[in-house]
Write a protein that binds this ligand. Structure first.
Ligand SMILES: NC(=O)N[C@@H](CC(=O)O)C(=O)O
Ligand SMILES: [Zn+2]
Ligand SMILES: [Zn+2]
Length: 340
């Protein structure tokens, strides 16, 4: 039985570090676990220009303790009026690693998002030309679509036609939660990849609703029924280079979660690796963890693998009930692995 696993330093391909005091609070947790992170741009206001991106990168660097070797990868927030030249300028300047498509009003901080992909086809064509990946929150927002169906409907209505129309564009289907998304990514060409969060490997929708309503298990896309969780787990541990680590760590102050209309998001950064490796251990797939955490992401993005290693050992990690004003994923639980 493997009790100790040393892997190449991993990266987080989807994290929310926020801004201001919350950035100062949460950034050290991501920097402690990961060498690089794709930092999502859904700030208020969102990061839409290269100069805003460079300034945000400076604020993130200032928030990370000097003894952490951490590289934030900045992302442009796409709007209906995004400019292809601005995206290309930011990418060429080494500021923008990718651009994020939030369907308008799909999730936290998406009010300025894209109302129709048709409005940004020129931008997407330029991104395909320059090899700038498109990262997608894949849900429709139509009121008549059940929230549990919004990811599957997005595949039919938007993602599948987009992949057909733009075979050169690298696309990351973010935080997938359904068997439909797994099937779509598996059958799509090599330019389509996906991130998977720890929460969607651990919980199904019962965790939110059985025995009481648990706001700290609520995120978007919402956790689905059990067979979807099992399909996403199978994808994560499959060894396929299409699936890689993206925590979607999304901190919200506790009073905004424990509310009549609570915010969507799960703060999992502090113990992300311990949470993920627990799943790979349960699935008898510890040999697949390094690929998922440290190789598939950089290979998909065309970025170098990290130097250096981290080690996880079997042992107790007690997760506190709160970390500052934020309740972490697995709050009050003891995980069976620890980062040494
Ligand atoms: N995942 C979430 O539930 N929330 C994220 C936004 C997102 O990734 O959808 C957030 O920034 O709070
Ligand atoms: Zn999202
Ligand atoms: Zn996110």
């Amino acid at each position: 039985m493997t009790d100790r696993l040393t892997i190449r330093r991993p990266d987080d391909w989807h994290v929310h570090l926020r801004d201001g005091a919350m950035l100062d609070h949460v950034a050290p947790y991501t920097a402690r676990q990961f060498a690089r992170a794709i930092v999502m741009p859904n700030l208020s206001p969102p990061v839409t220009t290269a100069s805003e991106g460079a300034a945000y990168r400076d604020r993130i660097r200032a928030a990370v303790p000097a003894d952490h070797d951490f590289t934030p990868l900045i992302v442009a927030y796409l709007t209906d009026s995004s400019d292809a030249d601005e995206m290309a300028r930011g990418h060429a300047a080494g500021v923008f690693t990718a651009a994020k498509l939030y369907p308008a009003h799909a999730t936290t901080g998406s009010a300025h998002g894209v109302t129709d992909v048709a409005n940004i086809m020129g931008v997407l064509e330029r991104m395909a030309e320059i090899g700038m990946p498109l990262l997608i929150h894949g849900e429709v927002t139509d009121h008549d679509v059940d929230i549990f169906d919004r990811e599957a409907v997005f595949i039919e209505r938007t993602l599948a036609p987009l992949v057909t129309r733009m075979p050169e564009l690298k696309i990351v289907f973010e935080h997938i939660t359904t068997s439909e998304a797994v099937e779509f990514v598996n059958s799509a060409p090599a330019n389509v990849g996906a991130t998977i969060t720890p929460q969607h490997l651990h919980i199904n929708r019962n965790a939110m609703l059985v025995g009481g309503i648990r706001p700290h298990a609520y995120c978007l896309p919402v956790a689905k029924r059990e067979h979807h969780r099992l399909a996403v787990r199978a994808a994560a541990v499959s060894g396929s280079p299409k699936f890689f680590l993206g925590t979607d760590s999304a901190p919200h102050a506790v009073h905004t979660k424990e509310a009549a209309c609570g915010c969507a998001g799960i703060f999992n950064a502090p113990y992300a690796l311990e949470s993920y490796i627990t799943v790979f251990d349960e699935e008898g797939a510890l040999d697949k963890f390094e690929g998922f955490a440290s190789e598939h992401g950089p290979n998909f993005y065309g970025l170098p693998l990290n130097g250096g290693t981290i080690t996880l050992e079997r042992g107790a990690t007690v997760v506190p009930d709160t970390i500052g004003e934020v309740v972490p994923f697995h709050a009050g639980e003891t995980l069976g692995w620890k980062l040494v």
